[in-house]
Design a protein around this ligand. Structure first.
Ligand code: ADP
Length: 169
């Protein structure tokens, strides 16, 4: 019997992608076949990178790490509609802590109620349990060392972005 190929969509803002996201991506790929990282285009609070820039950084990582079966795209509108368009079997979401569970539970139930799609959760490695893109943006704006929490290409772009933003003296 032919093996079923399992494809997930991993939706998020990824502003920017962190080692926590990558940990979840790598764990998924150990178990299943295909993953589409879906970068939401809808405006988010305190956006730092444009959706195209976020996609570009993720493309670089996929290339550098030779992540076969992983691709990235930006998308607009409802996640469930995007997942159906891409013929995804499930939605993938990452969990860091119990506080994530409440919101994610609601979101997964809603997506299942409106579109019948299941969500699979993968827990991140303990070392990234406190990493969020929001905190990364904040720490980067203050010049903190983030080399353990984000990939090198993302760190480089963050430094460039905050240099651009610094007032000229
Ligand atoms: P969203 O704005 O949709 O929450 P994010 O880019 O912040 O988008 O996160 C996308 C997904 O990755 C979510 O499921 C989120 O819980 C998960 N995630 C975020 N940070 C981490 C992390 N450090 N470890 C594991 N999963 C994470």
């Amino acid at each position: 019997m032919a093996k079923k190929i399992v494809r997930a969509v991993f939706p998020g803002s990824f502003d920017p992608i962190t080692n926590g996201h990558l940990d979840v991506i790598q764990r998924w790929m150990k178990l299943f076949d295909e993953l589409i990282i879906a970068v939401g285009k809808s405006p988010i609070k305190n956006q730092l990178f444009a959706p195209e820039e976020r996609v570009e950084m993720i493309e670089e990582i996929i290339r550098q790490r030779k992540l076969r079966g992983v691709s990235v795209e930006s998308f607009d509108g409802l996640t469930v509609e995007y997942a159906a368009k891409r013929k995804a079997d499930v939605i993938l979401r990452g969990l860091r802590s119990l506080t994530d569970v409440q919101y994610e539970f609601q979101l997964a139930m809603t997506n299942r109620a409106v579109a019948g799609i299941e969500t699979i959760f993968i827990m991140t490695s303990e070392q990234y349990g406190f990493t969020s893109s929001t905190l990364i943006r904040e720490v980067a704006s203050l010049g903190g060392n983030l080399s353990n929490l984000i990939p090198p290409n993302v760190y480089k772009r963050l430094k460039e972005r905050f240099k651009e933003r610094q007032p000229q003296r």
